[in-house]
Every structure is written in structure tokens, then in C-alpha cells.
Design a protein around this ligand. Structure first.
Ligand code: FAD
Length: 300
């Protein structure tokens, strides 16, 4: 197999970092994505992941972009894969397609209901119900290296944190090699997740649980994304951002972005001090804020 995510995380010194990109929707998006990919290639992320269908993004483009990153760059690509609206036969065909392109690192997810991500989930009649089943399917299909999602504040549909932890443990026991978390803004949320996992299954808790970091680019988009991801926004953080946004009819986006870089830098510093295995940045296909955070942390 080509390198795996966990091999890349364990190589080298210091805290590694990884990046998340979205497949482009049009020609302008395509050139922005490649500019961002090239800007990051030089600073050596452990891996880069490409979302699948998230926020309605184009689905065929994921396989194409992941294949092109594998072929044209020195980066290790990870393809997100979800079960939304797919039969088992279609899922198998997609997994086989990734293997044919030399992509063996997959982030295996259930996905959200199309339209309303917080609405009720309905599986495809010939599909799968939970990510754990998709992990088993992918693991049985060949030599794949598998990541799964983790939720520091609990998945919105889990009845409680104990059930949420049991779900993560089940996915890791089913064959996942690591997890990446949903975005969060209070480091204690991540630390409590790690403690819950260790209490339930210390062996699985030893696998990398990579915190997902969302650089804040605007107050309006932060509020929208936090609602979609069911993430809590600490009131003191919101007050800082509101001050930066100013009182005009339009928020001062440069000031908000700069405040967002400070907020993410402080969050990452706390996480690094707690010995996280890596930091995973949701770039939204833009490089500047993430590069500034990495520079503040001395990681590039
Ligand atoms: P699951 O682990 O299946 O969990 C879904 C729900 O089912 C949870 O409430 C869980 O508690 C419950 N559950 C699980 N197993 C059982 C069981 N055996 N019995 C009873 N209940 C159970 N979405 C996209 O569409 N595209 C992406 O590219 C994408 N990338 C993501 C990347 C990361 C890092 C993260 C954190 C999320 C991403 N998502 C993406 C969102 C994700 O698909 C949603 O959050 C989805 O609602 C949950 O996916 P999951 O894989 O955690 O599902």
C-alpha cells in the first residue's frame, strides 16, 4: 500500500497537520482549489482529505480530484465516502474505483440527510444504516486504511454521550485506524471525548483522534456552520468576534478573519500542549487563514 495516514502522523517530529478540501463546483472553484493545493504542497501536510457531497458539493468530483492529487502531487490524499443515497453495490463500485486510482486512504462516514443535515436519516433501500457497517464493508473489500468521524460534543442524533462514545468505539473496533473530529471551539470538549473513549476502551483510545479545526472566516458563515454541525459557540469567543465585526451594516471581514486566526491559534496551542496526534484544518479551499495559524504555531 502507499503510505497510510497513521504512518504519516508517526513520521517526523512535532505536531503534524492535515487539510480538508471540498471538490470544486465550477472552473473558478477548480483553479482556486489547485492554487490552494499548490500553496500547501510546499509546507508538507501529513495528508489532505476531500469531502464527499458535504453541503451539496458535487459527488463525482471527489473521486476525480482525489485521483489527480494522488497522480500530480506529492500529497497523500484521503477520499471521504458517505452512504447517502447509495446502494451497497454502488458503494462497492466507488471503493473499487478509489483502489484503481491508487487511493487506499478513505474517511468512512454515514453522511447527512440531503436538504436538512439535522433532519431524520433514511437509508437507501439497498444501502447501509450506520458508518460502522460501511467500515466493515470497506475493510472487507481490500487493503484500505480507514478513518471515521468523532464528535467532541456528541452527534446531534445520539441520545447521550455514552451512546455517542459507544458508536465511536464500535467504528474503531470494526476496523477504523483513526478518527477526525467535528469542529469545536472549547478544547475541553475534545479532552472529555478522549477521556470517555479511554474509559470505555483504552486500546481503541490509543488510535489517533485528530481534532478538526475550523478557521473562522466570517461571523455569518461561522453561525451557519455551527448550526449545521451542532457545535457550541462559547459566548466570550462570539463577543470577541462581534467586536471585531464592528457595528456597520456589513461585518469587517478582515478584522473577523484576524480575530479568527487568533482564536484558532489559542485553541491549537492548548491542544498541542495536551499531546494531540495532529491538527486537521477545514480550509474551505482557502489557504491564508490556515497558513497564518500554522505560522503562529511554528508548524511551517
Ligand atoms: P454514524 O457513526 O453512523 O452515526 C450516525 C448516528 O447514528 C449517530 O447519532 C450515532 O450515534 C448513531 N448510531 C451509529 N451506530 C448506531 C447503532 N449501531 N445503533 C444505534 N445508533 C447508532 N458528511 C458528508 O456528507 N460528506 C463529508 O465529506 C463529510 N465529512 C466529514 C468529516 C468529518 C471529520 C466529520 C466529523 C463529519 C463529516 N461529515 C461529512 C458529516 C457526517 O457525515 C455527519 O455528521 C453524519 O450525520 C454522521 O456520520 P457518521 O459517520 O458519524 O455516522
Amino acid at each position: 500500500m502507499t503510505s497510510t495516514v497513521v504512518q504519516r502522523l508517526r513520521a517526523g517530529t512535532g505536531t503534524p497537520f492535515s487539510l480538508e478540501f471540498m471538490p470544486p463546483r465550477d472552473a473558478a472553484g477548480e483553479s482556486r482549489l489547485w492554487r490552494t493545493v499548490r500553496a500547501f504542497e510546499a509546507i508538507d501536510p501529513a495528508f489532505v482529505s476531500i469531502t464527499y457531497g458535504a453541503g451539496g458539493s458535487t459527488r463525482d468530483a471527489t473521486a476525480r480530484v482525489v485521483g489527480e492529487i494522488a497522480e500530480r502531487t506529492a500529497l497523500l490524499p484521503v477520499a471521504h465516502l458517505t452512504a447517502v443515497a447509495h446502494s451497497v453495490a454502488e458503494l462497492c463500485a466507488m471503493v473499487d474505483g478509489h483502489a484503481r486510482r491508487g487511493v487506499r486512504n478513505l474517511l468512512v462516514l454515514r453522511g447527512d440527510p440531503p436538504g436538512d443535515p439535522l433532519g431524520p436519516w433514511t437509508k437507501h433501500p439497498d444501502g447501509i444504516e450506520y458508518a460502522e457497517q460501511l467500515v466493515r464493508l470497506v475493510a472487507a473489500r481490500g487493503d484500505f486504511h480507514i478513518g471515521v468521524a468523532a464528535f467532541p460534543e456528541g452527534h446531534h442524533a445520539a441520545p447521550d454521550l455514552a451512546r455517542d462514545t459507544a458508536t465511536l468505539v464500535a467504528k474503531l473496533r470494526a476496523g477504523a485506524d483513526y478518527a477526525i473530529t467535528q469542529m469545536f471551539f472549547d478544547p475541553d470538549c475534545y479532552l472529555r471525548l478522549r477521556d470517555r473513549l479511554t474509559a470505555v476502551d483504552p486500546e481503541q483510545a490509543a488510535k489517533p483522534i485528530i481534532p478538526g479545526i475550523m478557521p473562522i472566516l466570517s461571523l455569518a458563515s461561522l453561525r451557519r456552520m455551527a448550526q449545521l454541525c451542532d457545535a457550541t459557540l462559547p459566548p466570550a469567543m462570539v463577543a470577541d468576534l462581534e467586536r471585531a465585526a464592528g457595528s456597520g451594516p456589513e461585518e469587517d471581514r478582515d478584522a473577523v478573519r484576524a480575530a479568527g486566526v487568533d482564536i484558532a491559534t489559542r485553541l491549537c496551542e492548548k491542544l498541542i500542549a495536551e499531546g494531540v496526534p495532529a491538527l486537521h484544518f477545514c480550509t474551505l479551499n482557502r489557504s491564508r487563514a490556515t497558513r497564518e495559524i500554522l505560522a503562529n504555531l511554528g508548524l511551517r
